[in-house]
Design a protein around this ligand. Structure first.
Ligand SMILES: [Zn+2]
Length: 463
């Protein structure tokens, strides 16, 4: 069989693998290129790929860098099944519909400018109609059961502990009377993170495609990060300040709420109101509530005792923008979680505009801040920023909390691979820049005696 890397080779976005056996063709993930590498020529269906010849797509998880090119695939004629776990299907609906909405809005604004300049209008990458076609093709796959997805190809989903519904995929491909185990790690979560189960281990494989986002380092420990969070929240409460948390809707928002619940319950901080000011995050939180079968032991026990979510009497949700604006008139202490996670748009902007200049405000940056974003400027200690055209002084305390990653660190990646390393599989490092995958490759050689492969875009792995 031939496995072609159609993305995430030497970089962290655009995940996609084309698996061609003697009898059939399958895609694993079909993600968007994002950030600097997101130019239009790359976000397309490669010419060599004929969507009508594909028997199936299997999706590791809903993040756009793994799912965001699916609408382009259906536009090019794909009508086969897209297999994913039930929770991934629900999260994908949320993320893909939101992406279509943002693109419609951005394209509209671009085209207003282009019309005035006498230029032809541009088209969005995909529309809501394309997304609805994708949603109609989803087929749920349960965890831990091998299911035939194409002639001679079975797929098994294994918990990846990254976001709700996330999975590693084990493909069992039968060719010439022999079974080959091809493992795609997807994005692997850290050990011991709250709510979701830890990544499951796979015992055997012939080839492993391993993510290497943080192949060069371990994260700060979660305990130390929570202690720092507790301290900051307590200080803000003492000064009657507002705590602003720009956060991604799926995963990070729920984790922050979970930790605040623990803090209040343990009386480490006197309870104060928390506002979840993001329709997306509210919907995502409801998805987490509706999938208790995916919780780890602690979260399951807390749920049975009625402690999880319900004891968060302090949690208020803001559905409308009027409710969001009303928060401007509130006094602290309170904590506001709003998107976007890197302060590039969304409701967090007006909260920042109204509060960054106040000394009692605390801004908590709990996720990665990309170069050139307002979040990065704040993280780098800017004293003045521009928001909605106004210059705003930054007198607030701005803190980056690095320990909340949804990705495994270096030691955890090695530990995950160790379960399969005994039979010396081929290891292909993907979903990481060279800075991450080269140090990981050296450790894999030293620890397991395996020469990991570091492919480039469009390279073919022949098995
Ligand atoms: Zn992901």
């Amino acid at each position: 069989m031939r496995i072609t890397l159609l993305g995430a080779a030497g970089e962290v976005t655009g995940s996609a693998y084309h698996v061609a056996t003697k009898h059939t063709q399958v895609l694993i993930d079909f993600g968007m290129f994002q950030g600097r590498s997101a130019d239009e020529r790359r976000n397309r269906v490669p010419r060599e790929l004929n969507p009508r010849q594909l028997a199936a797509v299997v999706l590791t998880h809903a993040h756009l860098d793994h799912s965001g090119r699916l609408p382009l695939l259906v536009r090019r004629g794909y009508r086969g099944p897209i297999y994913a776990t039930p929770a991934t299907i629900e999260v994908a609906e949320l993320l893909l519909e939101d992406a279509a909405r943002i693109q419609a809005f951005d394209t509209e604004r671009t085209n207003r400018k282009r019309r005035r300049a006498g230029r032809a209008p541009v088209q969005p990458l995909f529309t809501d109609a394309d997304v609805q076609q994708v949603l109609g093709l989803f087929e749920p796959l349960p965890y831990d059961r091998a299911v035939t997805v194409a002639p001679g190809v079975m797929a098994r989903m294994i918990e990846a502990g990254h976001i709700l519904g996330s999975a590693s995929i084990e493909l069992i491909v039968t060719e010439q009377g022999r079974d080959y185990g091809i493992v795609f790690s997807g994005d692997i979560g850290p050990q011991g993170a709250p709510i979701l189960k830890d990544p499951g281990l796979i015992k055997d494989a012939d080839v492993v495609f391993l993510e290497s986002t943080y192949g060069d380092r371990d994260h700060r420990s979660l305990d130390a990060t929570i202690a720092e969070l507790t301290d900051l929240v307590r200080r803000a409460a003492d000064h009657w300040g507002k705590v602003l948390v720009p956060a991604f809707a799926v995963g990070r928002s729920q984790q922050i709420i979970y930790h605040l619940g623990e803090m209040f319950r343990a009386s480490e901080v006197a309870p104060f109101p928390i506002y979840l000011d993001s329709p997306m995050a509210i919907k995502a939180t409801n998805l987490y509530k509706h999938h208790p079968e995916l919780y780890d032991e602690k979260a399951s026990a807390m749920r049975e005792q009625g402690k999880l979510w319900r004891d968060l009497d302090m949690l208020h949700t803001c559905e409308t923008s009027a409710e969001s604006r009303a928060l401007n008139d509130l006094d602290g202490p309170c904590l506001i979680i709003a998107g976007s996670g890197m302060c590039t748009g969304g409701r967090i902007l007006h909260h920042l505009k109204h509060n960054l200049w106040r000394r009692e405000t605390v801004v908590l940056l709990v996720g990665y801040q990309g170069a050139g974003t307002l979040g990065r400027l704040l993280a780098d200690g800017a004293k003045r920023v521009r928001i909605f055209g106004d210059e705003i002084a930054v007198r607030a305390e701005v803190h980056g909390l690095g320990g909340f990653s949804a990705h495994a660190g270096q030691s955890e990646l090695l530990q995950w691979l160790a379960a399969m390393a005994r039979n010396r599989p081929r290891v292909v490092l993907v979903h990481g820049e060279d800075r991450g995958r080269q140090p990981l490759a050296r450790l894999i050689k030293a620890r397991f005696g395996i020469d990991a492969e570091l492919p480039e875009l469009n390279d073919v792995i022949e098995v």
